[in-house]
Ligand binder design. Structure first.
Ligand code: C2E
Ligand code: CA
Ligand code: CA
Length: 332
């Protein structure tokens, strides 16, 4: 077993053999294997460490899509350690309420007023504000995103309740991820949160991306139907950037399509982006859905969108995401 090549060969053999389908109670089944390998004395000096490193390598193999083998490297160790630190920090952060909301207005260009706001999460960690891009995926993997979103919605609804005193039809748009749709108590928890702040279901919009359909699409679609039945509105976020399947547009009770900022940025610069925007607008209109353009930063982009009948705008041109105190001041 001293030769790395031999080991690799053996690992692959094990994977191949394990993968062979077999019959179990009249069903064809197959299982997989992910293998991590660490070597003495290069990787560790005792068996305990050797096993730990093999485990790190196996985790890496799983991340690479399973059914493969990986040799342990020091880089993996660094990544595993960083991940552990992040995990611990995230858990502490949730307990110590280090997460807060910012809100970005969505403007109706007819009235030039905000009609709703998107809730975006932020993490204040060691005097630094951390972007959700850095923590949402990990939080989701750790099963923390649902409680985090619940807390965020609670804070958001409290604000929404105030905002609606100035703008009765104001809504809050909340980002949901894949996991939300397999969460058993989703509907009842949303219902009780709405009741707590005396809000109708129509005051809530839920933003989903196409990734929500990767796992158990039927389940996700069913949950969405129930939400809509309750009166909640659904937005399809980042449209055109995912695995865009037009059949979802047909199957889903969607109210809004959000045009992704990557297309908006191409206005005036790339006619392909413009073509995609125009096609999306036509599609939305003929399906009876509203369009919101995201990431609008310039007057040129705004004018382009308005001239093509896209009247709902979100972007730095109007406002960056704001903390609650600033948001209500602007609204007033
Ligand atoms: P998203 O849902 O597509 O949110 C829009 C992002 O675009 C926000 O970034 C917003 O600040 C940014 N943005 C808005 N207008 C402009 C503009 O004019 N120019 C530019 N360059 N950017 C603009 P943010 O807040 O960093 O959020 C990033 C992503 O993190 C979000 O993308 C969303 O996918 C995720 N996220 C944020 N909050 C939550 C949350 O509470 N739950 C979940 N599941 N995901 C969240
Ligand atoms: Ca969004
Ligand atoms: Ca988006």
């Amino acid at each position: 077993f001293n030769h790395v090549n031999d080991l690799a060969h053996i690992a692959q053999k094990i994977i191949d053999i394990v993968q062979k389908p077999f019959t179990l109670q009249n069903n064809m089944v197959s299982i997989g294997a992910s293998i991590g390998i660490s070597l003495y004395p290069n990787d560790a000096e005792d068996s305990e460490q050797l096993f730990r490193n093999a485990d790190v390598a196996m985790y890496h193999a799983k991340q690479l899509g399973r059914n493969n083998y990986q040799f342990f490297t020091e880089q993996m160790n660094k990544e595993a350690k960083a991940r552990l630190t992040n995990e611990a920090n995230l858990k502490i952060g949730l307990n110590q309420q280090e997460f807060f909301n910012v809100y970005q207005p969505i403007i109706n260009t007819h009235s030039n007023k905000a009609v709703g706001a998107e809730l975006l999460m932020r993490w204040r960690h060691k005097n630094e504000i951390i972007s959700p891009i850095e923590f949402i995926t990990l939080a989701e993997e750790l099963g923390m995103l649902i409680p985090m979103t619940e807390q965020a919605m609670e804070r958001g609804f409290e604000q929404l309740h105030l905002w609606r005193k100035y703008r009765p039809d104001f809504y809050l748009s909340v980002n949901f991820s894949v996991k939300h749709f397999s969460h058993k108590n989703l509907l009842s928890s949303i219902r009780s949160l709405l009741n707590k702040f005396n809000l109708p279901a129509t005051a809530l919009k839920i933003e989903i991306t196409e990734s929500a359909f990767i796992v158990e699409p039927e389940q996700a679609i069913e949950t969405m139907r129930q939400l809509v039945k309750m009166g909640v509105l659904l937005s399809l976020d980042d449209f055109g950037t995912g695995f865009s399947s037009l059949s979802y547009l047909k199957q889903l009770p969607l109210n809004v399509i959000k045009i992704d900022q990557s297309f908006v940025q191409g206005i005036g610069l790339d006619h392909k982006d413009e073509a995609i925007i125009e096609a999306t607008l036509v599609l939305a209109q003929s399906l009876g859905m509203q369009c919101i353009a995201e990431g609008v930063e310039t007057l040129e982009q705004l004018n382009y969108l308005v001239s093509r009948q896209c009247y709902y705008i979100q972007g730095y041109l109007y406002s960056k995401p704001l903390i609650a105190e600033d948001f209500i001041e602007k609204l007033k």
